[in-house]
Write a protein of this length. Sequence first.
Lengths: 742, 244
Amino acid sequence: MSDKFSRRDFLKLAGVGAATTAVLTGCGPASRYVKREPYLQMPEYNYNGLSTFYATTCRECAAGCGLVVRTMQGRALKTEGNANNPLNLGKTCARGQATLHGLYNPNRVRGPIKHSRGDRLYETAADPFNDDFNDSEANMNWDDATQAVADVLKKYQPGEIAFLLGMAPDHLFDLVADLASATGINAPVRFGALSMFESRATLSQAAENLFGESGLPFFDVGGAQAVFSFGANFLETWLSPVSYTRGYAGLRQALTKMRGTLVQFESRMSSTAGKADEWLPIRPGTEAMVALAIGRLVSEKRGGTIPRAFADVEPADAAAASGIALETLEHLAETFASSGAPLAIPGGAALGQSNGLAVAEAVLALNALADNFGKPGGVFFSALAPNQASYQRPASAREMQEFVQKMADGKIKALFVHGVNPAFELPASLDFKNALKNVEQVISFATFPDETAVEADYVFPDHHGLESWGYQRVTTGSAQPVLSGAQPVVSPYYDTRATADVLITAAQLAGGNFASALPFKDEVEFIKSKVSNLMGEADGYFSAPDADTFMAYFQQYGGWWKTSDGRSTPNSAEALNRDLSGAESEFTGAGEFFFIPFVSPTLAEAGANKPWLQELPDPTTTVMWNTWVEMNPATALELGIEDDDVIRITSDAGVLEAPVYRYPAIRPDTIAMPFGQGHTAYGRYAENRGVNPVDLIGQHFNEAGDLAFAGMKVKIEKTGRKQLLSRLESIMGVYGVGLGQE
Amino acid sequence: MIDLKVTEIKMGEEHVGKWGMVIDQDMCTGCQACVAACAMENNITFVGEKDSGYGRSMHWIRIERFWQGEYPEIKMTPNQPMMCQQCGSATCEPVCPAFATVHSQAEQLNLQVYNRCVGTRYCANNCPYQVRSFNWRDYKRPEPLANQFNPDVTVRRRGVMEKCTFCIQRIHKAEDKAKSEGREVVDGEFTTACAQACPATAITFGRVDDPESLVSQLARRHGHGVKHLEELGTLPNVTYFKGG
């Protein structure tokens, strides 16, 4: 796009002038060049005091919710949900709201940088809240940066070049995948800590084992009458939190139907379990057995033959092993059996154990017993996005282990990293940082100065999500197939450049296969080539007479989706006719406590650098700005531990120290810790704050290759130190209780 | 059934509200989206770990949760979003020596006039809901964070009390627009930042004096609304459905 191209010219060309005066104004490519002006100076297209709204996609997690961003004078002021987008219907989560604190974060990578590995990307200061500390200056120009990428592409054999991308199946993934298939470089690997904690590989593997077809299951919580969740934290970060929260609201909606029940099996009460009618503090590792026992009790109540899947389990044994009384199991079975629309969901820590796959299978089998596949309130395969042929899941932890091993063995000589921070998100036991030393060239496209960027040779920063073009496939959460569209809502604040543009230009410079693989002028042309073929598809939310108009609508509405249901029904014919294992999981480590890491509902994997996310109280403990260890008050009393006492936790993979929060809703034999803090870089608000529980996780996997992150036992000891946690709850009506005396 | 419009006369006062909220605690998941949305809309500052530990965080809305019982029979009480209840007979108003916290007759809201406030904090001491927050310092928002400021909302400085305004800038914008088009504001035409963000639709905002508004309809359908600390005679304009 030429920068001489004004917005008005574009509108004339696209021929949708009338449509763009609507509130959800679609903006032409020229919006990229909207300049920030003093508030007194109004550009020609703006009325005094009126805002301009742009539809785009939230990039804070991989769900792909639609946003409408209010802007004024080239500044983004507020994000709201896009009411048209079927995934989130106008709603957002806290992270979507705080995305502006990423855009205007004081620590961003401001331009292309060549630096020595390990060097900081910004200066430190004594007090991050009152001292200024500046980002490193860019020391390259983009021409040299693009040439450097081209040189790397030419210098190494295709098999020695690898791309590590974020979890979201977006346009950049498509671009790199196209490049890879044309040139023979390694296919791009998608990974994120969320996919690790969600055990996505286990979910799709279990579906394949039971239904003979791989895919990401979608659980229709909204239509169900009784939801049995085995560890699935679907109101927090799981798969598509905004959509599942809407489902939860539907479950509880008591005005048009009976209010639905939620039963949660979890060793600690997550904020999802906090909303449950019944929370069952199950002994970790016995989830499969309990699911099968409930299945057996339900079948017995119904009479007839017991399906093979539930034949081998003895409910009394399950009760003894899990710590749930047999009467409770029977009453739960009664609830499940008598409900009009029962639904069972596997997820969270229940799958992150050595028997995680068996848990997922056993819980899916409960749905087979309820025969709820493809029915309202039941289980579906998620709708595939409009330009998607089959479900492509992110890499499992075992695949990441193999990837890191290839790096360590020197088989990967050039590594490109975008949209993920493996030096922070991967378990320390995989030793990503050491493996990185054997990679000759590491190029990071990080927007923020994260831990992986620090270990890179070059940092070629991509725009922030609100400054960039793109699209993202919605993998689950919406009944309709959705392709969420992204466009810049403000002009780039710094000298950053879209990674897709860098790769397209570098491929041209590299010539040969590379140039012919990406024959595009720029990122926008690439996106157009991928999106405009949707123009002729049936059931579209909108259609258009020509490609330019279609693209204008694509921007205006924030994507393209079908109006029809795209979910498919799993084939459950043989699901119950197989042996399922109810064996308990195996735990590694010698300690006396089960250790349950969970994703912080407010920070998730990449929220720690946004100050307002740090200041959001955790929904269950109300702790802000730090990491805590949850411990049952009875256990703490026995051990002589009080709130804020720092304890040392030792697993077979590492040691961490963190202050205790006496949490009344956790098993006495379990301790838990949120994931999200513990950064050693990533900007002033994230750095040196809390600890990272992945440092304790060893290389243990379940049968599907997902990390057995909850399959550990740990030792704890007192350190004698105190570290005062900042929390909201202590001030409610109580003055003088806080961080001690000033 | 609770009448949203007229709170029962207990203190010899009658109050006809205008704007009000209904909050379904059974829906609220405690996800904090409203808290973040409120902070972004209203230029609320963050205060950092130390000051928030002293209880100086500036949340205009917070999610309260309490515990019932002991392990293993423990339950979390339904999440309770708590913000300024925009009382019809507000305890914060009569104690302000500077008339900084005054009642708007036009909107039936409790206003906070920042440039009148001298920081006595009497209002916060007298608020039974503990929803007022005080700017103990000029908290630093390093560049370029200030680019995100909403130009419709005043940025407060040290020594000033602040609280939820029911997004009065949005109310005024909608009223101005309706006036210029020669009509009344339509129910649902705009909403507050918290209600707009809420993924569980637990928060609904609207006219309590209009029997056809969504808040009135919800109140009729639920029929078991509760006003907090009603016995104090504060005549709040926020109604809670305990749910379950």
